[in-house]
Design a protein around this ligand. Structure first.
Ligand SMILES: Cc1ncc(COP(=O)(O)O)c(C=O)c1O
Length: 383
């Protein structure tokens, strides 16, 4: 008899429930049900037209070989200029590193900054992939439970309460799943806490550009020691192009310079060439933002009439996270029932908060305005 083959326990990370709900919703749609997709966090628009035109040109005119491992120099420079134009922050392009989406940036950033056994703080509820990537790398996740009273974000007081060493803190502002944001004073206080405690600050800025009240603050303007991660997926409406970037502290650039080419050789060339044009496409992108803002208004005004009353109006991103403890104690079953009885697909909070997500759900309002309005109508009838 053959000895059993081994498997790596670290590779057995939990599933991403949102993707499973999407599969369920797609199956239902294939049987003819009119499904409204509010479970997936991606724009319903294509990449800006200038990006698509540049890609078409590059496809016919360029060899599309590998680029530098850290990315196309023109794109790195254009991103550095974007920080000047968008935030008034001067950046050395040598610190800008192109990656396969924010997801690719997480892997490289965590490998360069943390050792196996290090302890990294995540706010709960939060984006599940941080936890799963850290866990697969043998890095311990330290959950900090947050609530509406602290805008679902970590605070220095919450960090002070953590027992034991903290080697890193990951923050997303605007956040997925809550759409809440940290202002300059709150971010500065967190950065200072990390500096005092020898912890690396990681700022996931993927939802920058998608804000409804005040613009988002980049941590690149507050600290040269922080890791700042961003992506073309959300504001730039380019999820499938798999392109993102990070601003690395100078002391971590040498390890990224060797890690990145070993892991991926180079980021996708076609996407990099085309993405340069994304920064000249703000008119088109602002039209998307206006649609999200309208969708947000419809949800914020309409959900209370559907019995969904406990939520913070999102300040950014395209998510609304609601406490539905008044309706259910089993958000997964509730979302399934909602999908099958109304055709509205949402994500149960369990994806974002294992301890309390059984009484929460997330709506993504990145879709078309007519669909969001129709979803509210259906949920009002359903309640
Ligand atoms: C907070 C957050 N970070 C990162 C990502 C990953 O984005 P991508 O790899 O497409 O850049 C997502 C995707 O939904 C997200 O919500």
């Amino acid at each position: 008899m053959r000895p059993p083959l081994k498997y790596a326990a670290r590779g057995r990370v939990p599933p991403f429930i949102a993707m499973e709900v999407m599969r369920d919703a797609n199956r239902l749609a294939a049987t003819g049900t009119d499904v409204i997709h509010m479970e997936v966090g991606q724009p319903s628009t294509a990449a800006p037209s200038r990006v698509r035109e540049a890609a078409a040109r590059a496809l016919s005119e360029s060899v599309l070989g590998y680029t530098d491992g850290l990315g196309l120099p023109e794109l790195r420079m254009r991103i550095a200029r974007h920080y000047q134009e968008f935030y008034g922050v001067a950046l050395d392009p040598a610190r800008v590193i192109i990656t396969g989406g924010a997801s690719g940036a997480f892997l490289l950033a965590f490998l360069s900054a943390f050792n196996a056994g290090d302890r990294v703080v995540l706010a709960s509820p939060g984006y599940p992939a941080y936890r799963h990537i850290l866990t697969a790398l043998g890095i311990e996740v330290v959950d900090v439970a947050t609530g509406p009273e602290d805008l679902y974000q970590p605070t220095p007081a919450l960090l002070d309460r953590v027992e034991g060493r903290i080697d890193g803190v990951i923050v997303a502002s605007p956040s997925n799943p809550t759409g809440t944001m940290l202002g300059e004073a709150a971010l500065t206080a967190l950065v200072a806490w990390c500096a005092r405690n020898g912890a690396r600050f990681v700022s996931d800025e993927i939802y920058h550009g998608l804000t409804y009240d005040a613009p988002a603050i980049t941590v690149a303007g507050l600290s040269d020691d922080a890791i700042v991660i961003n992506s073309f997926s959300k504001y730039f409406s380019m999820t499938g192009w798999r392109l993102g970037w990070m601003i690395m502290p100078a002391d971590l650039v040498p390890s990224i310079s060797t890690l990145a080419p070993n892991f991926v050789i180079s980021p996708p060339t076609l996407s990099q060439i085309a993405a340069i044009e994304a920064f000249e496409s703000h008119d088109e992108l602002q039209a998307n933002l206006r649609r999200y803002a309208e969708n947000r208004e419809i949800l914020v005004a309409g959900l209370p009439g559907c019995g969904i009353e406990s939520f913070l109006p999102p300040q950014g991103a395209f998510y609304l996270y609601a406490d539905i403890g008044n309706l259910t104690n089993d958000s997964l079953a509730y979302c399934r029932r909602m999908l099958h009885e109304t055709g509205v697909a949402t994500t149960p909070g369990l994806d974002f908060d294992a301890a309390r997500g059984h009484r929460a759900l997330r709506f993504s309002f990145a879709g078309k305005t007519e669909e969001i309005a129709e979803a509210v109508k259906r949920l009002r009838r359903w309640r």
